[in-house]
Design a protein around this ligand. Structure first.
Ligand code: PXG
Length: 288
């Protein structure tokens, strides 16, 4: 496997960063998780824009322009002969001393890994996921805006660990006011009386690239869609529920905390959204 690391393509065994890199020492950096589908990088430009916003928010200078980054991501896929892949694009604060100070890190580090992804097992797309609500709350946007896709994922990891303790693959995370924010690595949607509803980013959700494509899919399907505050009650009484993410794509959730959502089976709107999504991933974005 060839990894792009700071201007060069190197073998994975040589793709190493320093123990003094602040990405490692403090989670000081930003990243994107992107998908390549049959030679098409799904919504690459939107991912690069979000990366730029994340970097701007933490006052990190990305060493490449948008066009250069785009080419590096495409070339990493080509170098590895991939047509379908999961792409991880990471910008770290770079090497500094043992203090926090980011201004003492003169050179950010940038690397791109393109590899295979392990998806949720296919039967879950057919039968739906049983998810739980975890005790760990989504971090308050005033402490660390969840809209920044930073390398500091400990809040989500605690949620993920708890999900597993309860035997679930994914979990609802509430914000500190008790409203539904999102899942540990996915956004959440419900369908109620023919309408698609999702929490707004201000409730503590990442502005997911998949999430934003659901808004245009809803238009295509002529299903009304809106952002709204959401409690667990809204999920209890919803007709359908689904989760979205670059890894998960669109996956039905059919149980929450042991309660059936709707009739306990993936619903018709979820199925049409998933089908529309699978068409779009082949055409929306950048061909390598
Ligand atoms: N919320 C969080 C906290 C995420 O990390 C999403 C929502 C969905 O956003 P996108 O832009 O992907 O639609 C994410 C993204 C994985 C994996 O391997 C997870 C993500 C992305 C890619 C792979 O579980 N999370």
């Amino acid at each position: 496997m060839k990894i792009y690391l700071d201007g060069k393509f190197v073998d994975s065994a040589e793709a190493k960063v320093s123990v003094f890199d602040h990405g490692l020492l403090y989670g000081d950096g930003v990243f994107e998780g992107i998908r390549l589908y049959s030679g098409n990088i799904f919504r690459l430009d939107e991912h690069l824009e979000r990366l730029e916003y994340s970097a701007k928010a933490i006052m990190l200078q990305i060493p490449l322009t948008r066009a250069e980054l785009s080419e590096v991501v495409c070339e990493t896929c080509r170098q590895n002969g991939l047509q379908d892949a999961y792409i991880r694009l990471v910008v770290t604060r770079g090497v500094g001393d043992l203090g926090l100070a980011p201004w003492l890190c003169p050179k950010p580090s940038l690397f791109v890994i393109a590899s295979k992804i392990s998806l949720y097992p296919p039967e879950h797309y057919e039968n739906g996921l049983a998810i739980v609500t975890v005790p760990t709350r989504r971090i308050n946007p005033a402490a660390l805006p969840p809209t920044i896709k930073s390398l500091n994922y400990m809040n989500n990891i605690l949620g993920k660990i708890e999900a597993r303790q309860f035997g679930a693959l994914e979990a609802i995370m509430l914000n500190d006011q008790g409203y539904v924010a999102e899942c540990t690595a996915d956004n959440v949607f419900i369908v109620h009386k023919g309408e698609i509803i999702t929490p707004s980013a201000s409730q503590g959700a990442l502005k997911g690239i998949t999430r934003s494509s659901i808004f245009s899919i809803a238009q295509e399907l002529k299903v009304p869609i809106r952002e709204c505050d959401m409690t667990r009650y809204d999920i209890w009484v919803a007709d359908e529920c689904f989760l979205t993410g670059s890894g998960a794509e669109v996956i039905p959730a059919v149980k929450l905390d042991g309660r059936e959502i709707g009739n306990g089976k993936p619903g018709p709107i979820t199925r049409s959204v998933l089908a529309a999504f699978r068409r779009r991933v082949l055409v929306e974005g950048t061909r390598i």
